[in-house]
Design a protein. Sequence first.
Length: 111
Amino acid sequence: MEVLWAKGRASVAEVLLGLTQRPKPAFNTVQTMLRILEQKGYIRHDEVGRGFVYYPVVDKASASKAAVKQLLTRFFNDSAGQLAVNLLTDADLSHEEISKVERMIVEAKRR
């Protein structure tokens, strides 16, 4: 998805070239992932010649919210607090990140 959000449109080969992970996945793996993302409604494709060019239909913010909601439901019994505790327990946060979390907690208490 990151590659498609950055490029706007890309073939399987272009998505593969845009991936930074090492080792890179196989072409067929990327093709399968794109098919799955399309089945889930995150992307669509156009036929160009004999291949497909994929493009996102969901913006990054919407996809992020949906992923967090699914994570909450699946692993944390719909409790954002449990997720936050889990993240804070396992994370190695910088002083800046800790300050930001503290500010957000203070703001949440005011609501």
